[in-house]
Design a protein around this ligand. Structure first.
Ligand SMILES: [Zn+2]
Length: 128
């Protein structure tokens, strides 16, 4: 396995990935919040689908904000010099994995070990 280049220059591309993901998430969160407001002139019988949409939007926002938190903490780890190291075993996370999931906190084997043990919230699989 190619060792992850954890030098400052080697990490720059992950920082770029994280930063662009971050702005993508922030703008999509903002866009969804704007759609949250019910139309002023809606008749009560029209509101059921609106409430349903709001529910879905809140769920999606929840996922986005969770991902945003992971992106932020990845950037924090980068500043702290811990980026790319598995939080469980301390080994380097492979560059290939980080290219796919720049906010990954665990190496593949630790992540795989973890998923069945947890109550498998969906997002763990989505972000893993
Ligand atoms: Zn690990």
């Amino acid at each position: 396995m190619k060792k992850l280049d954890r030098s400052r220059n080697g990490l720059e591309k992950y920082r770029d990935l994280l930063i662009s993901k971050r702005s993508e998430l922030t703008s999509s969160l903002r866009a969804k919040l704007e759609t949250l407001a019910a139309p002023d002139n809606a008749a009560p019988e029209d509101l059921a689908p609106v409430y349903h949409d709001q529910y879905v939007t809140v769920q999606l926002n929840h996922f986005d904000s969770m991902q945003l938190k992971m992106v932020d903490s990845a950037l924090d780890r980068m500043d702290g010099g811990k980026y790319g190291l598995c939080t469980d075993c301390g080994e380097s996370i492979s560059g290939k994995r980080l290219e796919a999931i720049p906010w990954a906190v665990r190496c593949v084997s630790c992540q795989e070990r973890r998923i069945p043990a947890r109550e498998s919230p969906q997002w763990v699989e989505l972000v893993a």
